[in-house]
Design a protein around this ligand. Structure first.
Ligand SMILES: Cc1cc2nc3c(=O)[nH]c(=O)nc-3n(C[C@H](O)[C@H](O)[C@H](O)COP(=O)(O)OP(=O)(O)OC[C@H]3O[C@@H](n4cnc5c(N)ncnc54)[C@H](O)[C@@H]3O)c2cc1C
Ligand code: FES
Length: 368
């Protein structure tokens, strides 16, 4: 596969603005498991990074001459603010995960969008926490656990992580160290297959064999009803957990989840340059105006499709209303959105929408 070299150039522009690109330098990388690697990033000058535990940032890469964007949760904690960490699992046949794991080395730089995301500790207040994760869904929970144990004298945390084998448990030793040193941090690993591993015998960590069930969840976390649940993992796991919580009569208004999943087509990102290539618009639609460009959009087409069809530059990482990269402002007209994730109330009030998740309800004028 002919993949272009990651640039060693570095220039810093890390601000809180959603529209600014930032260059970060990879300073360290290490294997977490056989197919998961963590990368640590810094600025060239010492810098405190400001983000919320659980948030993600979107990488904007040039692979084979094409722009490719993917979001990765910050597995680091803002309580240790001078570097950022992401933890990436190889996806079979996946473009960006394999590219970063195969090619990104210390000293090289990457372009990212600023951290964002509503699945975070600061925007979801809780008295007592239950972190439920599987596989790579552990990344936001790790950041939140680090933050809580770094900053609070006593944070009541129950953490149940599911993995295929013990060897697949990401952050295993550092989480076990937390469990040993903080009596209020209750850690349980659920594994589907047992392998020989001395950590299995760690008395500070509960180990269970098999998949999470209603019975073992209530045994592990008897005060479940008093907790706020943070959930992240593969779709089938998250569906199973929602069924379990429903079976246990858990109040689902205290359940918060993050999905990493995006459809294949949706996960592809392009910053399109000036080329117009859209299918002929349906007569049944509304006019979209951006600057001096005007286009008829059908009722089914998203703003993103219209912007791309006009060849205007826009970043779209997830294409499903999760990452916030495609934010733009409606200055005239009505729209309907299926997602407002990552937008603040002030932004919504000012007319900001996510282009990938928004359709026209009238003729609209847009600012990118
Ligand atoms: C908010 C958020 C946070 C996230 N945090 C993390 C994290 O902390 N760690 C992490 O590892 N991931 C995380 N992800 C997932 C990450 O963004 C990527 O989706 C993941 O790395 C896969 O990207 P990829 O480019 O490797 O795979 P893609 O190239 O997007 O492929 C995805 C799948 O589709 C298949 N595929 C690709 N092209 C085709 C095709 N033409 N035909 C058929 N099948 C095809 C691939 O085989 C693969 O199975 C997060 C996602 C979101 C939205
Ligand atoms: S592309 Fe991610 S929210 Fe629109």
């Amino acid at each position: 596969m002919n993949i272009s070299t990651i640039s060693n150039e570095f220039s810093l522009s890390f601000t809180t603005s959603q529209t600014v690109f930032n260059q970060l330098v990879c300073v360290e990388r290490w294997d977490e498991t056989a197919d998961v690697v963590s990368f640590r990033f810094q600025a060239t000058e010492p810098m405190r990074f400001d983000y919320k535990p659980g948030q993600f940032m979107t990488f904007v890469l040039d692979i084979n001459g094409e722009q490719a964007c993917r979001s990765y949760t910050l597995s680091s904690s803002p309580s240790r603010p001078y570097s950022l960490m992401v933890t990436i699992k190889r996806v079979t046949g996946g473009l960006v995960s394999n590219y970063l794991i195969d090619y990104l080395q210390p000293g090289q730089s990457v372009r990212v969008l600023p951290p964002t995301g509503q699945f975070n500790l600061f925007d979801i207040p809780a008295e007592k926490y239950l972190f439920l994760s599987a596989g790579c869904g552990i990344t936001p929970m790790y950041s939140m656990s680090r933050y809580l144990t770094d900053t609070r004298v006593h944070a009541d945390i129950a953490f149940v992580h599911s993995a295929k084998t013990q060897a697949d448990i990401i952050f295993k030793s550092s989480l076990q160290t937390l469990a040993q040193s903080k009596h209020y941090f209750k850690l349980c690993y659920m594994v589907e297959e047992v392998t020989t591993d001395s950590a299995w015998h760690d008395e500070n960590v509960v180990h269970e064999l098999g998949r999470l069930t209603a019975e073992n969840l209530i045994n592990l976390v008897p005060d479940l009803a008093q907790r706020t649940v943070f959930l992240c993992g593969p779709e089938h796991y998250m569906q199973a957990v929602k069924h379990i919580l429903t079976e246990l009569n858990f109040d689902l208004s205290h359940l918060y989840h993050e999905s990493f999943a995006t459809a294949v087509k949706e996960a592809q990102c392009q910053v399109l340059q000036a080329k117009s290539h859209a299918a002929p618009p349906s007569a049944n639609g509304f006019m979209l105006s951006i600057g001096d460009k005007t286009r008829l959009l059908s009722l089914e087409q998203t703003l993103l499709e219209g912007i791309e069809a006009e060849g205007l530059p826009i970043i779209a990482a997830c294409r499903s209303g999760v990452c916030g990269a495609c934010k733009c402002q409606v200055v005239e007209g009505d729209t309907e959105s299926t997602s407002q994730m990552t937008l603040t109330p002030a932004e919504i009030e000012s007319g900001y929408v996510l282009a990938c998740s928004t359709r026209l309800k009238s003729d609209v004028r847009l600012v990118l």
